[in-house]
Ligand binder design. Structure first.
Ligand code: GN1
Ligand code: MG
Length: 386
């Protein structure tokens, strides 16, 4: 489970959290703040307030990283549209995600965000999803099923939105051939003199490069539909019920934008089928485990099979391999560029992550025929139910 952060009621960090919280339409007395460290990109705090009737209300305050998101206001417009749509849909269906759909709290000026240059830029405030927790790595098949079901339901809820209503907050985010080109450019520039440390990894990514274009080509040929997708479906972006581990809500909507459903499934395979984290250096631990893949696919298809097309289903297993290789390339690119994009905690952190993802992609590659077979079996079962 993700580690519990310290509760800070005084000191510079607590003061900062209170100062930022003060900018939003939150009532009550500030009690304490916590720094949540489980993303690689944004700064996130949780703030707790005592309300007039003595209850405690918690909120999430988050700064959007403007090195990564060049247009944070566009990110907020995308997030606003998707959260509004989901609230409207779940209310109409008289079912809502355990009563706590992700909601933006307005800033005092009335917008859903506030620009605080002295605090590093654009901040927004969400409700804290109470009674839930997240996992940084998958521990059992039940969690894998729930992660698949959560993102499948999310995609299903927004499957009737027009992809043209949202804009690309990071252009070509999952365009794997372009990610490979960026890696090659960084290796050629070699600004940190690090290429010598990763020749073998560069070679491996080069060997795989003929396969990087499959999904974008199918999309260009009109065989894979463009949809609004989440694009960052790491297992720790699913909030699970504290007691039952049932999926309650998906978070981290900064990259909701037009994409392919397969990017979301691919990133789930990357993070919900291996019990080792992205940071694991012992590569013998970095293996895709079939039982987790089976549960993940089952959960995802239970929620999503009704709107997916045949071509999407055929590429599910491949997408797991592709997105794992792609994220590996992004870590290696950042290593070569001097660790500017992903938050790192040690000198070779991005190289470690790249090696880890390479190992995982290799493990997925070996299992592709079994994974494809399992998807076909699952679909037969689902079709015979209808
Ligand atoms: C980043 O912020 P976080 O940790 O949820 C990244 C994802 C990567 C992931 C790798 C906007 O996500 O694309 O898959 O790290 N997000 C962005 O762990 O680049
Ligand atoms: Mg993210």
């Amino acid at each position: 489970m993700t580690a519990m952060p310290a509760k800070l009621s005084e000191g510079p960090v607590a003061e900062r959290i209170a100062r930022i919280g003060d900018q939003f339409a939150i009532s009550g007395e500030f009690l304490y703040g916590e720094e949540l460290c489980n993303g690689h990109i944004n700064t996130t705090y949780r703030a707790c307030y005592r309300t007039e009737d003595g209850a405690e209300d918690r909120y999430i305050l988050q700064r959007i990283n403007d090195y990564v998101f060049k247009d944070p206001v566009m990110v907020m417009k995308n997030v606003e549209k998707v959260t509004r749509h989901i609230r409207w849909k779940t209310m109409r269906r008289r079912k809502n995600t355990a009563g706590q759909p992700l909601t933006l709290y307005p800033a005092r000026g009335g917008r859903n965000y506030i620009n605080l240059p002295e605090e590093g830029g654009l901040w927004r405030c969400y409700n804290n999803i109470e009674g839930t927790h997240t996992y940084d790595v998958v521990e059992n098949t039940r969690q894998a099923y729930q992660a698949g079901y959560a993102f499948g339901s999310f995609q299903e809820l927004i499957s009737d939105m027009n992809p043209e209503d949202l804009r690309e907050s990071i252009p070509d985010f999952h365009n794997t051939p372009k990610r490979y080109e960026a890696l090659v450019r960084s290796a050629e520039a070699d600004v940190m003199n690090r290429v010598a440390n990763c020749e073998a990894e560069l070679h491996m990514f080069k060997n795989w490069s003929p396969r990087y274009g499959r999904l974008v080509e199918l999309q260009a040929a009109g065989k894979l539909p463009t949809r609004i997708t989440h694009n960052d479906t790491k297992i720790n972006n699913v909030m699970l019920d504290e007691d039952s581990d049932e999926a309650v809500c998906v978070i981290d909507l900064d990259t909701v934008m037009p994409g392919l459903s397969l990017y979301d499934f691919g990133d789930m395979v990357r993070t919900a089928t291996c019990t080792a984290s992205e940071d694991e250096e012992d590569l013998t631990q970095v293996v895709m485990q079939m039982p987790f893949f089976e549960s993940l696919a089952e959960g995802y298809l239970d929620a999503a099979h009704s709107f997916l097309c045949k071509e999407e289903i055929e590429q599910l297993a491949f997408a797991g391999w592709l997105i794992t290789a792609e994220i590996g390339m992004r870590f290696l690119t950042d290593y070569l560029d001097g660790d500017k994009y992903f938050r790192t905690e040690k000198p070779e952190h991005n190289l470690i992550r790249a090696r880890n993802q390479l190992a995982l992609a290799r493990s997925i590659e070996t299992n592709l025929p079994r994974m494809d077979r399992y998807i076909r079996r699952l679909m037969k079962g689902l079709e015979s139910k209808h």
